[in-house]
Design a protein. Structure first.
Length: 333
């Protein structure tokens, strides 16, 4: 399992080169670039690192000026790799070598969308799980047969190497990295400022089947149930209860829920309850049993077991680390 380099991710390096996607660059810059300290978000040092420090041409007539060389990767807590517009374009060997060195030092390396091709070219993904945009998954598997390519999750981690699917899932991955290093409150504050959802697990499905009027009505019903559930997380919620809210049988509800979200109702509820518990531990002094109750867990024992299993530290240790301004590095799931 991978872990944060030192428990925090304050120094973030973007690996830039000619032909990278402007959208990926914008996502990374929007998450880690602005000073949101007034919102309780740590200040980050974000650097654009390149082989050459001259202006770089991007697709769409844009130009980027790097502000650091590749040597700055040795100072980074996190390295993020945007995709190339043409995934099969080669990346210079010194850039690949710098990525290998960063990973060897234990620094998390995250690639957005087709950035997985770059990590694979560096030899980092051999024998490891990875995702990319669903339409590129067969191409990645054919070009790099040693990579364990998946085409369903939004993002995955293997041995400190993070990869994400297409477009918006890059936002999900970046917010997830903030959350695991700096806590749920920091990630939620960034998400609010970006007007995007604060929590989508990597298990969400990349895409859904073509909508129909019936599917649209089902999707609306499921969305309404999820919103209602989030308002009542502190209450005991069973799949039968959620199904009743949706006007479906429990079996039909579970099937439609999995198709819409890529995860089961139980795992969805657990993920949001753990996220709520993180926020309570970070911003309140409630005793752990009260945190468990407010987050909707049946007992303190159940809460401690789930929290420690998913986050990697006990609730008390998590709160202690958060009090010092950063969350303990949870293990990856």
């Amino acid at each position: 399992m991978g872990s944060c380099h030192n428990g925090s991710m304050h120094r973030v390096a973007i690996v830039v080169q000619p032909g990278i996607r402007a959208f990926d660059l914008a996502v990374i810059t929007e998450v880690w670039g602005p000073d949101r300290s007034r919102l309780g978000v740590p200040r980050f040092e974000l650097r654009r690192c390149a082989l050459d420090t001259g202006p770089i041409a991007l697709p769409g007539g844009l130009t980027l000026v790097p502000d650091r060389g590749l040597d700055w990767l040795s100072e980074a807590d996190l390295v993020v790799v945007p995709a190339l517009e043409e995934p099969s374009d080669p990346t210079p060997e010194p850039v690949l070598a710098a990525l290998r060195e960063a990973h060897a030092r234990g620094v998390p390396v995250a690639a957005l969308c087709a950035g997985a091709f770059i990590l694979a070219e560096a030899g980092l993904l051999a024998g490891r799980r990875a995702v990319t945009h669903w339409s590129l998954a067969p191409r990645l598997a054919a070009r790099h047969p040693g990579v364990l390519v998946e085409d369903a999750p939004l993002y995955v981690e293997d041995s400190g190497l993070w990869t994400s699917a297409g477009v918006a899932s890059g936002i999900d991955l970046c917010l997830h990295l903030v959350r695991r290093a700096h806590g749920a409150e920091a990630a939620a504050a960034i998400a609010r400022s970006m007007v995007t959802g604060p929590f989508r697990t990597g298990e969400h499905a990349q895409y859904l089947d073509r909508p129909t009027p019936v599917a649209d009505r089902t999707a609306e019903a499921l969305a309404a149930v999820r919103e209602r559930a989030l308002r009542h997380l502190h209450e005991p919620l069973s799949v039968a209860t959620l199904a009743r809210w949706a006007g479906m049988s429990p079996r039909s509800f579970a099937r439609h829920f999995l198709a819409a979200t890529g995860t089961t109702p139980h795992r969805w509820l657990l993920g949001h309850r753990l996220d709520a518990a993180r926020r309570l531990l970070e911003r309140t002094d409630h005793p752990v049993p009260e945190v468990a109750r407010r987050a909707g867990f049946a007992s303190e024992v159940t809460f401690r077991q789930h929290f420690t299993s998913h986050v990697g530290v006990s609730p008390r240790a998590y709160r202690g680390a958060a009090a010092f301004g950063r969350s303990a590095p949870p293990k990856s799931r």
